[in-house]
Design a protein around this ligand. Structure first.
Ligand SMILES: N[C@@H](CCC(=O)N[C@@H](CS)C(=O)NCC(=O)O)C(=O)O
Length: 233
């Protein structure tokens, strides 16, 4: 019913977490981004930004042609509306979730992605870039910590806002962060980490991703990538 074009990365995990939590049937279409499969013409038709994740809903609500969606935030919203789960229908609850979802999409994801890039993937270790993105990561963790100081979840009940943030906090060690500095994030992280369905989402494709080698580095960040594929997260 839902075809998920996926690779085992934080943005991919957001969607497997949702599908497992909501019990929506899905089939995985692996896109090995280390091998350049994100540039295949057939994939670009559904994900023109050559990034995973993307979905094709073979049974959309209007009973029309299969419907494709790219961008993990748009996919989470689409699936939440379709499943009637993890996104409130009242205007205030929905707006609260959506602003934190957009905060993750516009801030937490891209900035932590750059942190991963300059600390981990880049062969050249540029002190200015590492410091800039580590500081920004720290600031964003601070915003999340403050937000979680007086509530259990990011926005109302457990929602797509939590599912979007979680996979990016999971890699905190690689970002130079320790959760001991963010006690409310630490409590929230442990609460979510204990959810069996969330764990099932994280387990999808586990082991398929090889450590980044020179070939993958060239494909994703270098000269072997088509010109429109300037790196982003
Ligand atoms: N804003 C996009 C970002 C997606 C993204 O950056 N995906 C990465 C994996 S986490 C990717 O496909 N990278 C392939 C590449 O850089 O060529 C979303 O949230 O869906």
């Amino acid at each position: 019913m839902i075809d998920l074009y996926y690779w085992t990365t934080p943005n991919g995990h957001k969607i497997t977490i949702f599908l497992e939590e909501a019990g929506v049937p899905y089939s995985i279409k692996p896109i090995n981004i280390g091998k350049g499969e994100q540039f295949q013409p057939e994939f670009l038709k559904i994900s023109p930004n050559n990034r995973i994740p993307a979905i094709v809903d073979t049974e959309p609500a209007d009973e029309g042609e299969p419907l494709s969606v790219f961008e993990s935030g748009a996919i989470l919203e689409y699936l939440a509306v379709k499943a009637g789960a993890y996104l409130p229908s009242d205007v205030r609850g929905r707006t609260e979730v959506m602003q934190w979802l957009f905060w993750q999409m516009g801030g937490l994801g891209p900035m932590l992605g750059q942190n991963h890039h300059f600390r981990g993937y880049s062969n050249e270790k540029i002190a200015y870039a590492i410091e800039r993105y580590t500081k920004e990561t720290e600031r964003l963790y601070g915003v999340l910590d403050e937000r979680l100081a007086d509530r259990k979840f990011v926005a109302g009940d457990y929602s797509i806002a939590d599912m979007a943030c979680f996979p990016w906090i999971m890699t905190h060690k690689a970002q130079g962060m320790t959760l001991d500095d963010f006690p409310h994030v630490k409590r929230w992280y442990a609460l979510l980490r204990a959810r069996p369905k969330l764990q099932a989402g994280l387990a999808v494709g586990k082991g398929a991703r090889a450590p980044m080698d020179e070939q993958a580095r060239k494909i994703m960040f270098g000269t072997d990538a088509p010109p429109h594929s300037a790196q982003q997260q």
